[in-house]
Design a protein. Structure first.
Length: 119
């Protein structure tokens, strides 16, 4: 499951591909320059690294993802909760909400979400 753990720059790079796939590698170079301010060599280095990790595929100069955005986000969020908050979702939410207030609508949506996951 380690392959789903992406650095911030890897995540931002893969996001470009999720939003545009299948994507010609030449367009990926253009988008990486535009969005990330990366040179062509940086783009191809990152592409190679993520292909080796099994996150991306570059076949016939067309780049696609092998992992969905939801799979990566699920893994990354679980990793944060487990590593930083000892696996405690309530502790994570308490830390996240420390200086925030919810509208009545947001609170109701969260209650409905929690209720939908109760055993």
């Amino acid at each position: 499951m380690q392959k789903y753990r992406l650095s911030e720059s890897e995540y931002r790079f893969v996001k470009i591909i999720w939003d545009n796939q299948p994507m010609p590698s030449a367009l990926l170079v253009e988008k990486s320059l535009e969005i990330l301010d990366w040179k062509k060599s940086t783009t191809y280095t990152m592409l190679k690294r993520l292909c080796e990790k099994g996150v991306l595929k570059n076949e016939n100069s067309t780049v696609t993802t092998l992992v969905s955005r939801s799979e990566v986000e699920k893994y990354q969020s679980s990793h944060i909760v487990n590593e930083t908050f000892g696996g405690s979702l309530p502790n994570f939410i308490a830390a996240f909400m420390q200086d925030k207030k919810l509208t009545k609508e947001e609170a109701e949506k969260l209650k409905q979400l929690i209720d939908s996951y109760k055993e």
